[in-house]
Design a binder for this molecule. Structure first.
Ligand code: NAD
Ligand code: LMR
Length: 332
């Protein structure tokens, strides 16, 4: 029997990530080749014509799994009945704007969209925030949608995770699919900590630790970390636009693994509500290593954290604590 369609909201759908993301969803990349979907696309009135153009292209592409498209500038219509919400919409930083100005605009957007999701989304709707500042936008969304379970609100750090896999694969000249269990700790910002202490590469004789294979502690603690931390800025410099296809693809990875589960023995990085694991302050949306089963994520416990890592975990937590305070000051 054919499955019931799943309703997926993409906010900011007329933007560049949205344009890369919606065809991936419609093709079954997120939920599989047997799962029909209905796309709900939201943008703001100045982008209404462009949004309608995206809808026209989706119709023209004749995706067999796509059972409907709602393209709207009405947040209530967009949120009604959605099972999954991918929050990409936001205000980009413009020349001359301070961090506080960007924060102020975005947290206000996330505060109001929180209410719409809380009132109109399907029960148990899963949310991933992509728009920057992703962790803090997700935190504000959580705080202003108190009836959505906190475990359902996450932010995207899978792009950083995938970037770390890519860097290790290039350095060791191995297939990226043979590298696993890197970790992104903390904020989706330049204070994030890409950690390969527990990462392995699949070899014919089993998994070998990445630090042993790389055998260059200076590179792992220096250039590797800064390359991953600065990758978003490097893409902006090269493209004059921020990452879009990799962000869209990673958002698909995030949702797919959350809903369908992570492979046995493999974890991924997700920005989730901290419960105090690894002495990360509770009450932040912080990126942790997680495994997923039956539609629920669980923080991987018991990993050893050395002194170098401890400092990095704390540094990015401090930045998130400051961002949280700044966000609240913008809303007061
Ligand atoms: P973009 O400017 O091309 O698109 C953003 C879209 O959001 C625009 O169409 C805009 O009209 C829309 N928008 C603005 N306010 C809105 C609102 N209130 N409701 C609905 N839509 C609204 O930007 P982009 O390149 O697609 O990037 C989107 C966001 O994702 C940015 O904040 C960017 O920094 C962030 N990003 C995050 C990651 C990550 O890994 N977490 C990676 C890349 C980009
Ligand atoms: C990225 O990591 O590519 C983006 O978050 C960069 C940005 O500032 O949009």
């Amino acid at each position: 029997m054919a499955k019931e369609p799943v309703r997926i909201l993409v906010t900011g759908a007329a933007g560049q990530i949205g344009y890369a993301l919606v065809p991936m969803i419609a093709r079954g990349v997120v939920l599989g080749a047997d799962q029909p979907v209905i796309l709900h696309m939201l943008d703001i009135p100045p982008a209404a014509d462009a949004l309608n153009g995206v809808k026209m292209e989706l119709v023209d592409a004749a995706f067999p799994l796509l059972k409907g498209v709602i393209a709207t500038t009405d947040v209530v219509e967009a949120c009604t009945g959605v099972n999954i919400a991918i929050m990409v919409g936001g205000f980009p930083r413009k020349e001359g704007m301070e961090r506080k100005d960007v924060m102020s605009k975005n947290v206000s957007i996330y505060k109001s969209q929180a209410s719409a999701l809380e009132k109109h989304a399907a029960a148990n709707c899963k949310v991933v925030v992509v728009a920057n500042p992703a962790n803090t936008n997700a935190l504000i969304l959580k705080e202003f949608a108190p009836s959505i379970p906190e475990k359902n609100i996450t932010c995207l750090t899978r792009l950083d995770h995938n970037r770390a896999l890519g860097q290790i694969s290039e350095r060791l000249n191995v297939q990226v699919c043979d590298v696993k269990n890197v970790i992104i700790w903390g904020n989706h910002s330049s204070t994030q900590y890409p950690d390969v202490s527990h990462a392995t590469v699949k070899t014919p004789s089993g998994g070998k630790p990445v630090p042993v294979l790389v055998a260059d502690d200076a590179w792992l603690k220096g250039e590797f970390i800064s390359t991953v931390q600065q990758r978003g800025a490097a893409i902006i410099k090269a493209r004059k636009l921020s990452s879009a296809l990799s962000a869209a693809s990673s958002a698909c990875d995030h949702i797919r693994d959350w809903v369908l589960g992570t492979p046995e023995g493999t974890w991924v990085s997700m920005g989730v509500y901290s419960d105090g694991s690894y002495n990360v302050p509770a009450g932040l949306i912080y990126s942790f290593p997680v495994t997923c089963r039956n539609g629920e994520w669980k923080i991987v416990q018991g990993l050893s954290i050395d002194e170098f890592s401890r400092k990095k975990l704390d540094l990015t937590a401090e930045e998130l604590t400051e961002e949280k305070a700044l966000a609240y000051s913008c809303l007061s």
